[in-house]
Ligand binder design. Structure first.
Ligand SMILES: [Zn+2]
Ligand SMILES: [Zn+2]
Length: 203
């Protein structure tokens, strides 16, 4: 994992994909021309990485980057990213069914160890749900990864950001591939750091 923090100027505009929403355009982000997961070189295609930001005026805006991913990696990452929701729903339904059976038959109330058994069953349900999730993920994502792939899901994430004065934003990028992260840092990091020093010296 490689973390890169960038301070970038932004411009506010309308999202062409949804005119009701604002889009922030960040200038000066360069992406290494290779797949961010398997590092396949060239013009491999892209996947849109989207991040929500609250802009002044309490409006929500979107930032959208086109991150290079090859077709194979787009497929396994998309499959992996879709899984958690159905897995959680499945686990929740199992909880409800097991809880219903236990409490409706007065099993828990009438049994000395009732609550202990209920707790144990909930634990089993959790483990079974997680086990099934891992099994399905192996089928639809992990097994489709190449030897050079760095993660089963999307390999570039933006866990947080901070709005700065003067229409600037600091964005934290996290890369599962160290190699890709290093190259991204080399492409984007030289000048902004000097700018930061100049800013703090003048204030
Ligand atoms: Zn790839
Ligand atoms: Zn991959």
């Amino acid at each position: 994992m490689k973390r890169v923090d960038l301070q970038l100027p932004y411009e506010r505009g309308t999202d062409p994909e949804n005119p009701a929403r604002e889009l922030l355009t960040l200038t000066g982000v360069a992406w290494p021309q290779k797949c961010a997961c398997c590092l396949k070189e060239g013009n491999v295609g892209t996947h849109a990485l989207e991040h929500k930001v609250e802009v002044p005026g309490e409006k929500e805006a979107l930032i959208r980057w086109q991150v290079p991913y090859c077709a194979d990696c787009r497929e396994h990452a998309r499959n992996a990213a879709r899984l958690p929701v159905p897995a959680l729903v499945f686990g929740f339904v199992l909880y409800v069914v097991v809880g219903y059976i236990l409490f409706m038959n007065d099993f828990v109330q009438e049994n000395v160890a009732g609550y202990g058994i209920a707790f144990f069953l909930l634990l089993v349900v959790t483990l079974v749900s997680y086990g099934l999730y891992r099994l399905v993920r192996k089928q639809v994502a992990d097994n489709k990864m190449k030897e050079t792939c760095s993660h089963h899901a999307w390999t570039v994430t933006v866990p947080r950001h901070m709005l700065l004065e003067g229409n600037k934003i600091e964005v934290m990028f996290v890369f599962d591939s160290d190699v890709y992260g290093e190259e991204f840092a080399a492409l984007n990091l030289e000048e902004p750091e000097e700018e930061v020093e100049a800013l703090s010296a003048s204030s």
